[in-house]
Ligand binder design. Structure first.
Ligand code: PLP
Length: 379
């Protein structure tokens, strides 16, 4: 089956009692048992919910994986993965991670004795040097947030596989429509379903997809034992969002490409970070490991005045100034003061994150209107 057909049909069956084509929202906390222990496979809604089951199976199909497991948020999914490890275990992560991922690693799990090392993984050989006998996991994001750097998933998997090191890929920015990390050798894919999967800025959710039965069992155990489960209404919304994922992504990519090309020739813009530009350092890699270049881009303004970035962001009429991404509407953020404010300033600057950097989540409006908005805002 091809992607669009899977998005709409995989794991989804008409409701057996009524024939309803849409998966019902099983808004229930418990299930009646015929006699003690004799039930239909559902006992308590933290443990199992039919709406969630359908979503989990659908997500597994989209990522070409065996198991899908959903959590209350992307970070709850990250939390579950990090709970697979024990004090003394070392985790290597890319150095321009989503701010919240960096925060849970350093402020929560480091306190519990996990060791983290942040490395520039756009150069896969830097990874080899960072690995020690205690390295248990490598965590990458590609494209990265907010600089749209690319990490070669297959090259990293070649390094992690022989040592039995788990490779986790945060696939939120690409979505399964554009990139399937499991096919490239990753062990675990994690998503903030809040973003492109849901696609309509109306739900917070996280998901994990993987093939290994034993790890899947541990993650499902954590899902139930720790209890960060998504509600059935949210599962319904993400399922509905996924039905148009392929169509939305096509338009996100088209619009972002046009905007990147527009910004690149703008005299007040000093840099544009978008993998769809031939000048982007990861352009060839993106062509190899992705099926399109995505809807995320960032750009820097000439000079290095934070207040100039503020002025531009206050002037937008179509773009909304808001955190998050991946919805049908275009958003802009200022990483230095918003999403990445929890990363210390010198750490930010060291990683190439300038104070004039503006990140765009390009929506699926008409590209001409978005370009006109950028033109009047930048001035
Ligand atoms: C938003 C995001 C997360 C966290 O997901 P939540 O659903 O907000 O908890 C993780 N990784 C990336 C790349 C994200 O954009």
């Amino acid at each position: 089956m091809n992607f669009g057909t899977k998005a709409i049909h995989a794991g989804v069956e008409p409701d057996p009692t009524t024939g309803a084509i849409m998966t019902p929202i099983y808004q229930t906390s418990t299930y009646v048992q015929e006699s003690p222990g004799k039930h239909k496979g559902y006992e308590y809604a933290r443990t199992q919910n039919p709406t969630r089951d359908v979503l989990q199976n659908n997500l597994a199909a989209l990522e070409n994986g065996k198991h899908g497991i959903c959590y209350a948020s992307g970070l709850a999914a990250t939390d579950a993965i990090l709970k697979l490890f024990r004090p003394g275990d070392e985790i290597i992560a890319s150095n321009d991670l989503y701010g919240g991922t960096y925060r849970i690693m350093v402020r929560v799990f480091q306190e519990f004795g996990l060791k983290f090392r942040f490395v520039d993984l756009s150069d896969a050989s830097a990874l080899e040097e960072a690995i020690t006998p205690n390295t248990k996991m490598v965590w990458i994001e590609t494209p990265t947030n907010p600089l749209l750097r690319l990490v070669d998933i297959a090259a990293v998997a070649n390094i992690t596989k022989p040592g039995g090191i788990q490779l986790v890929v945060d696939n939120t920015f690409a979505s399964p429509y554009l990139q399937n990390p499991l096919d490239l050798g990753a062990d675990i894919v994690v998503h903030s379903a809040t973003k492109y999967l849901g696609g309509h800025s109306d739900t917070v959710m996280g998901a994990i997809v993987l093939n290994d039965d034993e790890t899947a069992q541990k993650l499902a155990f954590i899902q139930n034992a720790c209890g960060a489960v998504p509600g059935p209404q949210d599962c319904f919304l993400v399922l509905r969002g996924i039905k148009t994922l392929h169509v939305r992504m096509q338009r996100h990519c088209e619009n972002a490409q046009k905007i990147a090309e527009y910004l690149q020739q703008h005299p007040k813009v000093s840099a544009v970070h978008y993998p769809g530009l031939p000048t982007h350092h990861g352009h060839d890699l993106a062509k190899r490991q992705m099926r399109g270049f995505g809807g995320m881009l960032s750009f820097e303004l000439v000079g290095d005045r934070m207040d100039e970035a503020t002025r531009v962001m206050e002037s937008f009429e179509v773009f909304s100034l808001a955190e998050s991404l991946g919805g049908v509407e275009s958003l802009c953020t200022h990483p230095a003061s918003m999403t990445h404010a929890s990363i210390p300033a010198d750490e930010r600057h060291k990683n190439g994150l300038k104070d004039t950097l503006i990140r765009l989540s390009v929506g699926i409006e008409d590209a001409d209107d978005l370009i006109q908005d950028l033109a009047q805002a930048i001035g």
